[in-house]
Design a protein around this ligand. Structure first.
Ligand code: ZN
Length: 458
């Protein structure tokens, strides 16, 4: 009840209009379903909505005017004329059943000990969100359970986010999960996983996550977002499964981890750092998916090699092999809008590798891609928001005093961009022969090569 009490106090203490906020209160009921109540202020849209696949699970949807009058059942069309003057909703959502049936949708999955979900699947809302509208969710889990979301926390039970990004929303987890909190200055990461399920042991699992978080923090100089949720979902076997970062109004990472994985096997996993790297760049839209994935593909091994989690030899060997996948093919039309795996991941990585090299050349080693990416994070252009690609690249360029990111983008985005990599490897002094990598310290740009894997000031 505390959630409504806070809202009522706000109403009493402010003589002005009703707070411009959508508020939700969710509670796990005795049968495991969610009981939900929502309030929307005057001026709200009069048609309610939910993703079409989740909609059939909503039970007993009722509406009333805000703070007065009885509830009535809502028709099948979900029309809600009361919301023009402010309205209240109440309904049930069988979360476990829905998660089972919606497996894979917006990250839905049941696992031994809990479930992974997205609030976008069960928060019924007005069809349009006015500009700047925020929403608040207070969640009461059952005894012994925890609920955590990648949304911004207000207190341990309450989260908030921008209503325009209610869908998609960051991941959330509910269940008998262990929660470990990592602090990096004023920034915080919550790790949630079902305890006792992983053979390697909970302590080793947490240390492994801690190393990845520290490596990313070291690269950026700070953790890239104020708050993030990382959920480890147990799956059978010795390998990792699906790995996804989800932002919009918050930041979250879901990683499926094989319960039989050993410490040595975990140490080989690159996906966690890859997903964490996504937190440091805004959502850029489907046409620029290659920039999002290209950055994560280029940066993940850079971060791991600098943190000592990957050898220098392996770093260069895999970069040389990987970048071949990003070179133009007869089908290439430029990277914007590409759906090809090679162009999306390695074409994007090629873009960032060349940009890093060109920034270092143009500034005589004083600046690098590191400076551009730190500036992008400092400007808040991270996974919590959507941004235009030009804005992001210009913030990066300003930090290096160059126009490398923007100019190179213009070259690769709209037409095939052939690159002869052999002279670059010669200049950097990197020569791979099978599994063996030789470094030539007398090569013209050997210093740039070393700086790329060492970082500055280390
Ligand atoms: Zn990715």
């Amino acid at each position: 009840m505390a959630g409504w009490a806070v809202v009522s106090l706000l109403l009493l203490s402010s003589p002005g209009p009703v707070p411009a906020e959508w508020t939700y209160r969710a509670k796990v009921l005795g049968d495991g379903a969610l009981g939900l109540e929502a309030k929307f202020p005057a001026g709200s849209a009069t048609l309610l909505t939910l993703p079409s696949r989740a909609r059939p699970f909503v039970q007993g949807l009722e509406i009333a005017a805000l703070d007065r009058g009885p509830f009535r059942s809502i028709d099948l069309e979900w029309s809600a004329p009361e919301c023009a003057r402010g309205c209240r909703l109440r309904y049930r959502f069988p979360l476990i059943e829905a998660t089972r049936r919606l497996a894979g949708v917006a990250g839905s999955s049941l696992f031994d000990g809990g479930l992974l979900t997205s609030t976008s699947l069960w928060l019924v809302r007005p069809e349009q969100a006015p500009l700047g509208m925020r929403y608040q969710l207070r969640f009461e889990a059952a005894a012994g359970q925890r609920f955590l979301s990648g949304l911004s926390p207000i207190d341990p039970y309450t989260y908030q986010g921008p209503a325009e990004h209610l869908s998609p929303a960051p991941f959330a987890v509910l269940g008998e999960v262990s929660v470990r909190r990592f602090e990096f200055g004023d920034r915080r990461v919550e790790l949630a996983y079902p305890p006792g399920r992983f053979k390697v042991g909970d302590r080793a699992l947490e240390l492994w996550v801690d190393r990845a978080l520290r490596a990313v923090t070291d690269y950026y100089g700070r953790f890239p977002v104020p708050h993030a949720l990382v959920v480890l979902v147990p799956i059978p076997g010795h390998e990792t499964g699906r790995a996804t970062a989800m932002g919009f109004g918050g930041a979250s990472v879901r990683l499926e981890v094989g319960v039989d994985m050993s410490e040595a096997e975990l140490a080989q996993v690159w996906e966690l750092v890859h997903e964490l790297t996504h937190l440091g760049l805004a959502n850029l839209g489907p046409d620029h998916h290659w920039i999002e994935e290209g950055l994560a593909t280029y940066l993940e091994p850079v971060i791991r090699v600098r943190a000592g989690l990957l050898s220098r030899e392996r770093y260069w060997r895999e970069l040389q092999a990987g970048l071949q996948n990003g070179l133009p093919t007869p089908e290439s039309r430029g990277f914007n809008g590409t759906r090809s795996w090679g162009e999306t991941y390695w074409g994007g990585a090629l873009y960032f590798f060349l940009a890093d090299l060109q920034i270092r050349r143009a500034t005589h080693g004083k600046k690098s891609l590191d400076d551009a990416l730190r500036a992008i994070v400092a400007a808040g252009l991270d996974l919590r928001v959507f941004a235009e690609v030009e804005e992001v690249l210009k913030v990066g360029d300003r930090a290096t005093g160059t126009t490398v990111l923007f100019d190179l983008y213009q070259k690769v985005a709209h037409r095939p961009y052939p690159v002869d990599l052999a002279p670059i490897w010669r200049s950097l002094g990197v020569r791979s022969e099978g599994e063996v990598v030789n470094f030539d310290d007398r090569a013209k740009e050997a210093q740039i090569r070393e700086a790329m894997t060492q970082g500055r000031g280390r």
